[in-house]
Design a protein around this ligand. Sequence first.
Ligand code: DP6
Length: 325
Amino acid sequence: MKHSARAVAHANIALAKYWGKSDASLNLPAVPSLSLTLDGLTSETRVVFDSDLRSDEVWLNGALLSDRPRQRVIEVLDKVRKAKDLGLRARVQSTNGFATASGLASSASGFAALALAATRAVGLELDPSEQSALARSASASAARSIWGGFVALEAGAHAAEPIAGPDHWRLVMLIAVVDRCKKSVGSTEAMNRTRETSPYYGAWLDAAPALYARVRGAVVGRDLEALGEAMEQSTLLMHASMLGARPFILYPKPATLGVIELVLSLRRSGIPAYFTMDAGPQVKVLTLPEYEDQVKGSLSELPGVVTTIRATPGPDARVIESFTS
Ligand code: DP6
């Protein structure tokens, strides 16, 4: 007996950052965040609950996972099995259309696709908000990839909520890839270390809600200057909180700062372009479609930029196939 489903979800980049947990065991975020789901940056996950399997198998981009990465996936499968009172083991195969090439985090799109595929495979009917809560239990940013467009996750919330669809504002995000190495510290460990050891963590918690409110207001009002300023501040305060951790966490590389300098000089010449970074060295540059070519051209001339990936607001996560045999 096999229960199978395949789902796709898109990566999201936070415009107002989530960094820190109010409850580590439930994986609830300590601060509100707001993201943009990106077209093109897609994860596809197939889940097959199979009576022939003796244990769960988890594959990512063709490689078998073990230890904690495998366990995170199994915890989602266990929740689904418990809800349906099911004992079957599963094979999970996930591929990212972008991770190997870009060095970008793929856990958000991967866990959103996993939540959809695993629940659909066994016929567990969840609404999008319940899907979001399931994805969030594995990785909080994944809660936001259930929806397309602009998506919020409030502090302490179990599920994210959509703010506006992808057609609300046709922004362009250019991802300047400056380093393809695997990051030294994962985001979960980095944010926990920040909370435990950084004297700046409290300042981050104090500042984040107002930054989120500014980002949200700017998204609703389609005000790129206001959005860009608040997004950059959210980025820099998040990174400042990590710099204060012991041992310190430093994701930017020299080329990261080169891209930031370029963004500032583009702005001085009248081009609306704003930067953000996550738990890694790549820089994401937000601009409007009419300035895209100029920004992309300048980025590609910069030494240290390996490649530039173009992304625009993307759609909801969705199931693309399911069957029982
Ligand atoms: C910097 O969602 O990867 O990308 O909940 O521990 O899995 P866990 O963390 P994760 O953290 C993402 C942090 C960020 C900012 C953001 O996406 O909001």
